[in-house]
Design a protein around this ligand. Sequence first.
Ligand SMILES: [Zn+2]
Length: 405
Amino acid sequence: MDSPSSTLGATIDDIRRQNLAQVLRLVHRDGPMSRSEITRATGLNRSTIGGLVTDLSHRGLVVENPATTVRKVGRPSPSVAASDQATAIAVNPEVDAIDVALVGLSGRVLHRVRYRNERIPTAGEFVNVVSAIIEGMRPAFGDATVLGVGVALPGLVREVDGSVILAPHLGWRDAPIGRLVEEATGMRVVVGNDANCGVVAESTFGAGRGDGVIIYLNGGASGIGGGIVINGRLVAGEGGNAGEFGHTAVSTKGRRCHCGASGCLETEVRRDRFVEAAALGDVELAVVQEAMGAAWRDRDGPGGREIDRQVSRLAVALRSIVNIFNPRTVILGGHLAHLLAVVGEGELHRRIAPTLPGGGSEPVIVQARLDDELLLIGAAELVFADTLGDPTVMPTRIVERAFAP
Ligand SMILES: [Zn+2]
């Protein structure tokens, strides 16, 4: 049985851990802040904040920069920021490329490598490519500490052991990706669904910052993924499949989807169908985007008609989503962001209407702000989650070097 003093000791430790986590999460999410701003934001007293910042700084998780002063009220004071000496390696396999990046605890992508696939890689080929890229990136680590590897994966993932249940577009089934990457790199590995990574990144650093209901839909090369964040928490669903908006039915006469149904959003609204309609051939993404703009200005051409069709189908899905969730913000990424950019938010709202009445409850529809770094930042968040939850416990199997005590 615990003596009263050890019980009391544990409680004080718990409170300190919670306070450290609160301060770290604050500067991680909101960027550099002065000690007095942190004092105001947390409600803790100034001397407590001083001790917490010093502790986090000794752990290598925050830096105090006298050169970057923050002045809101009163005298300027040095800024406290999440330290980019603490990093994660972020990985995103897609059908056409494998992206690997070093991401700092501030959420910045510090270094990035893109490997173009000649064909869709098998799980084994993916593991080989990733471990070779990480090996090649080691000089870029410098003296940073790598807390682990986060993988944003387009498919169904069992997060407890990082295995892929099904990644239909990659053709992977029951693949123990987490264990394989861990064995190949010697690093801790966390695997998550790519769209969930995306919505976490956008709601932490991007277009969805703040509380409320945030819906995210991303049109990638593998289809359409999505995610739901309510008051800062990801809604995973019973089996981790919540927010699979790609399989929302938008047409009764649509093409057959790999899921077995027909007329799913992700078979009806896709970049390659525009590329096909506009007869663009094999061109870079920037060329496709430009062609979408030009096609919309000339609506009567095959490209313009295809955009018109896709926007209408997207609106059908969004009408259901808006009625179900009553979101504050709908964030569109990838191809869907490009459609929004081409036709404008007003046009999309006109096609979504009518949704349930209620003044002022119409959501804002915006493009994902973190752009093509979104999934990598989200993959890094998978790794940072443990440290942000409890900064006193360093994840096991850290490579490179331990933090200074
Ligand atoms: Zn489907």
